[in-house]
Write a protein of this length. Structure first.
Ligand SMILES: Cc1cc2nc3c(=O)[nH]c(=O)nc-3n(C[C@H](O)[C@H](O)[C@H](O)COP(=O)(O)OP(=O)(O)OC[C@H]3O[C@@H](n4cnc5c(N)ncnc54)[C@H](O)[C@@H]3O)c2cc1C
Length: 458
C-alpha cells in the first residue's frame, strides 16, 4: 500500500471536514516489534481508530498567549487506590494497598520501579535499624524488609542483609526485578511511561490524575491517590499547602572493573575513595552531592544533568590515566538525576527533629524510622505527617511528607520512604474500605493492617 504524504492532523481535518470523522482514520505499524518496515515490506493496518483528542483541540497562539482549549479527556481506568510514583515509597504503598484488598494502580513516569534507589543508583538502604534499650532493633520491617530478604536468595543481589548487620546495599537490576515480582504477585495494575501532570478534582477532593504518555493525555480516576512522586506533584496540583526547599542535586555513577584496579596505587596518587561497595565485586557506585538548587526548575535540571555528566566523564578519564586505574571504566551514569528534596507537605502533623531525637511516642504511629548508624532510638512517625491539612483524597508518602528542615536528612532515606510508603498504602486501602476520606480514617484499623503485613510500630 502507499501512505499518503499528509500529516495526521491534516488527514483528520480533511476527514472531519468531509463529515467522515474517525471512521477512516488508520495507523500503520511494523509487523515485528522493533523492526522498521523495509521498502515494500509488510505494513499492518489498525482500523478504525478514533482521532486523538490532542489533534482535535490543539493549543493555539492567540495574541502572544498560548491558549489550550477546554476539552474532554478519555478515562483510562478507574481504581480504588492510585499510587503515583514508583520509587521506594510508591512501590511499598502499591503492594500494601493491593494486599489489603484494594484495587490498586501504580503509575510511574519511567519504565521501571525503584525511583532514586534503582534509577538514581543510590544503592545503600540507610536507617533500617535503631537502638532501643541498648539493642540493635530492625525498624524497617514489612514490605521493605521482605524485598531485601527475597534478594538474599539471589546471588549477587544484596549485601549486609543478615542478622547483626544493618543498612543493606542492593544491586539496582535485582531491585527492579524483585519489585516487578512483588508488584505482579500483589495484583497491582501497572501504568509505566506515564507522567501525572494534573489532578482531577471533585469539590475539595482529588479524584484522580491527568497524565501524559505516548497514548496522549488521559485521566485515571481513583477513590484515594497516594502521592509518592517524591516532589509532591499531586498534592501541590490539588492545592495543598507545602513548603518548598532547595537541596543539593547530584548525579550518581558506577564504575566497572574495580576488582581489576590497584586501589593502593590510586590511594597513593590521591584518590582516597573510589566509590562504595556493591554486591558485585567488580562494580562500585559513586555518590555526588552537587550544588543546592531548585529540583522543580527544568532549566536547572537540564543544566546539572549535562554538567555532572561532563565532570564524571573527566574524572573517569583521569582515573584511567592514573597508575592503578587503567582498567577502570565508566559503567553508567544514573538514568535519574539525584534530586534530594523539593516540596514538603504541610500536614495535619509534622515530624520534628526534637520529637524524633527524643523518640516521642504518638497515638497515630504508622511506623518507626531508624538511625543512620543504628546508634540511637527509633522515631515514631505519626499518620498525620502523611495527610494534607485541608485537601481530601490524597495521602503523601516518601521524601515529601510533612517534616521540619532539621529532620529531612533522616526522613528522606530509603528505609524511611519504604516505611511511610507501606503505611500510606495501608491507610489508602482502609479509607476505601471505610468509604471515608484519608483524614477521617480510623488509625487503629490502619495499624491493624500494618501489623498483619509485618510492619513495626514500636
Ligand atoms: C544523590 C543522592 C544520594 C542519596 N543517597 C542515599 C543513600 O545512600 N541511602 C539512602 O537511604 N538514601 C539516599 N538518598 C535518598 C533516597 O534515595 C531518596 O530520598 C528516596 O529514594 C526517596 O524515595 P521516594 O519513593 O520518596 O522518591 P523517589 O525515589 O524520588 O521516587 C519517586 C518516583 O516517582 C516518579 N515520579 C515523580 N513524579 C512523577 C509524576 N508526576 N508522575 C509519575 N511518576 C512520577 C519518579 O520517576 C520516581 O520513580 C540519596 C538521594 C540522592 C539524590
Amino acid at each position: 500500500m502507499t501512505l499518503k504524504l499528509m500529516s495526521r492532523r491534516e488527514l483528520l481535518r480533511t476527514l472531519s471536514a468531509a463529515g467522515l470523522g474517525s471512521a477512516f482514520a488508520t495507523r500503520a505499524v511494523a509487523d515485528a516489534a522493533g523492526a522498521a518496515p523495509a521498502a515494500g515490506g509488510k505494513i499492518r493496518e489498525l482500523t478504525p481508530m478514533s482521532p486523538t483528542l490532542r489533534a482535535l483541540y490543539p493549543a493555539r497562539l492567540v495574541n502572544g498567549k498560548v491558549i489550550q482549549p477546554e476539552r474532554p479527556l478519555p478515562i483510562f481506568a478507574e481504581t480504588d487506590v492510585l499510587v503515583v510514583g514508583g520509587g521506594p515509597a510508591g512501590f511499598a504503598a502499591a503492594v500494601a494497598a493491593a494486599r489489603a484488598g484494594a484495587k490498586t494502580t501504580l503509575m510511574e513516569r519511567y519504565g521501571y520501579f525503584g525511583g532514586l534507589w534503582s534509577g538514581g543508583i543510590v544503592l545503600v538502604v540507610i536507617s533500617t535499624h535503631a537502638k532501643e534499650n541498648g539493642e540493635k532493633v530492625k525498624v524497617m520491617r514489612g514490605i521493605g524488609d521482605e524485598l531485601c530478604e527475597r534478594l538474599t536468595k539471589i546471588e549477587g543481589a544484596i549485601i549486609n542483609q543478615a542478622p547483626g548487620k544493618h543498612n543493606p546495599t542492593t544491586d539496582p537490576e535485582a531491585t527492579k526485578f524483585m519489585m516487578d515480582e512483588m508488584i505482579a504477585e500483589a495484583g497491582v495494575n501497572v501504568v509505566l511511561h506515564s507522567w501525572a501532570t494534573d489532578v482531577v478534582m471533585e469539590g475539595n477532593a482529588v479524584r484522580g490524575v491527568v497524565f501524559e504518555s505516548k497514548s496522549g493525555r488521559q485521566a485515571l480516576l481513583a477513590k484515594v491517590v497516594v502521592d509518592a512522586t517524591g516532589d509532591g506533584d499531586i498534592f501541590a496540583a490539588g492545592g495543598a499547602a507545602f513548603e518548598q526547599r532547595l537541596h543539593a542535586i547530584g548525579l550518581v555513577h558506577r564504575m566497572g572493573n574495580v576488582d581489576r584496579a590497584e586501589l593502593d596505587k590510586l590511594k597513593t596518587a590521591g584518590f582516597k575513595s573510589i566509590g562504595s561497595l556493591e554486591p558485585l565485586a567488580s562494580v562500585r557506585w559513586v555518590n555526588l552531592r552537587g550544588p543546592s538548587t531548585d529540583g522543580l526548575d527544568v532549566k536547572e535540571l537540564s543544566r546539572l544533568e549535562m554538567e555532572h555528566r561532563r565532570s564524571i566523564w573527566k574524572r573517569i578519564q583521569t582515573l584511567r590515566n592514573t597508575p592503578g586505574g587503567e582498567k577502570l571504566f565508566l559503567l553508567q551514569t544514573a538514568p535519574q538525576l539525584g534530586v534530594r528534596t523539593t516540596r514538603l507537605l504541610e500536614g495535619v502533623a509534622k515530624l520534628t527533629a526534637a520529637d524524633a531525637k527524643a523518640g516521642k511516642k504518638c497515638a497515630d504511629v504508622i511506623g518507626v524510622g531508624g538511625a543512620q548508624g543504628a546508634n540511637h532510638v527509633g522515631w515514631p512517625i505519626p499518620y498525620g505527617a502523611l495527610v494534607p491539612q485541608k485537601l481530601d483524597g490524597v495521602i503523601a508518602a516518601g521524601r515529601c511528607i510533612a517534616c521540619d528542615t532539621k529532620w529531612v536528612e533522616d526522613m528522606r532515606l530509603i528505609a524511611a520512604c519504604l516505611i511511610t510508603g507501606h503505611a500510606a498504602g495501608a491507610a489508602a486501602a482502609v479509607a476505601v474500605a471505610s468509604n471515608c476520606q484519608p483524614r477521617a480514617v480510623d488509625v487503629a484499623k490502619v495499624q491493624d493492617v500494618l501489623r498483619k503485613q509485618g510492619a513495626y510500630l514500636g
